[in-house]
Design a protein around this ligand. Structure first.
Ligand code: XMP
Length: 310
């Protein structure tokens, strides 16, 4: 199928569903929600309110960067600072599925509030086909899948969810995103999970631990992105290891560097990152993040591992 040519039908379907009502778009800046936001803006114009929830789990400077890109497209994006709420919900949680559920519940209650305040009846969401398959298969709980797993968002949260690209896998989404005029930095953007850096912190998700993995992620992106991996990022483990500093033993953090090649995220292979690049990444991480004493590169394909760590 030609995904570009599906754009007018997708716009028309959003128009038919939402009519003259107001809708809110849950924009994260990833290719999925960005494509949906532009489709919805084309469908209902100013009846769309685009909101970026700053959950405190984004990469460096991401909220402002996304706001700027959409401003260039004539789409106003409101940033809602909800970091404290997310960290409160995640406090003390270690189990990956409990963390995902806490994220999901917070995400929906923050958005539910915004939707109610705005008078919107609909939430536009960038769910894609892989999200649905993996959640139905019990591989993991995605945060954006209420309807597929039998939870009625209207009864539970007071609004309806519209998912304009739920039939597409990533390559199709990229085509649609390009066709609606999004810049390359969005339509070729690496996937970034809904629960953000929380998927890359093993153990408790605290502001301090997120800050550490955020710095490591910036370093990984600066050094590896030019190799054009499907995804490259850093992970903070909950185990610690011994290092030496100024002749003294020091018990510190362990960071995993993960870079994978994939077409649709259903399977993945570790990237062949040159040794020199990995050494540079490791050197920068231990120098620039003093709590970290060890860095390892992950070699596991998917399956059996997943791409993210929780
Ligand atoms: P896994 O870790 O399951 O990830 O191999 C497959 C792809 O999905 C992304 N991912 C998510 N995306 N919400 C999302 O929107 C999530 O909860 C989520 N978990 C994983 C992951 O980055 C990879 O591209």
């Amino acid at each position: 199928m030609d995904f570009k040519n599906s754009v007018p039908d997708r716009i028309q379907e959003i128009k038919n569903t939402i009519g003259e009502e107001r809708a809110i778009s849950a924009l994260s800046g990833g290719v999925d929600s960005s494509a949906c936001t532009v489709l919805a803006h084309k469908a209902i114009g100013d009846n769309l309110k685009s909101i970026f929830i700053d959950d405190g789990l984004m990469r460096e400077g991401e909220p402002q960067q996304v706001q700027g890109i959409f401003a260039d497209l004539g789409i106003k994006v409101d940033i809602v600072d909800a970091a404290d709420e997310f960290f409160a919900a995640l406090k003390g949680l270690i189990d990956p599925e409990l963390k995902r559920k806490a994220f999901r519940n917070t995400f929906y209650s923050v958005f539910g509030r915004e939707v109610k305040n705005s008078g919107a009846r609909y939430l536009i969401q960038g769910t894609i086909a892989a999200d649905i398959i993996e959640t139905k298969g019990g591989i993991k709980t995605q945060h954006n899948i209420l309807e597929q797993i039998g939870i009625d968002p209207e009864a539970g949260y007071g609004y309806k969810v519209v998912e304009p690209i739920k039939d597409l896998f990533k390559p199709g989404v990229r085509e649609v995103a390009e066709a609606v005029g999004l810049p390359e930095e969005i339509h070729q953007r690496m996937p970034f999970p809904g629960p953000g850096l929380a998927t890359r912190v093993v153990g408790e998700v605290t502001p301090e631990r997120v800050a550490r993995v955020r710095k490591a992620t910036t370093i990984v992106e600066q050094e590896i992105l030019h190799l054009k991996p499907f995804q490259a990022f850093a992970v903070l483990l909950s185990d610690m290891g011994t290092g030496v500093e100024d002749g003294k033993r020091k018990f510190g953090d362990i960071v995993i560097v993960r870079s994978v090649e994939s077409k649709d995220a259903m399977t993945a292979e570790p990237s062949h990152v040159p040794w020199e690049v990995l050494q540079k990444v490791a050197g920068r991480i231990v120098t620039e993040i003093p709590q970290v004493v060890r860095v390892a590169y992950e070699l596991t394909p998917k399956p059996p591992a997943t791409i993210e760590y929780i």
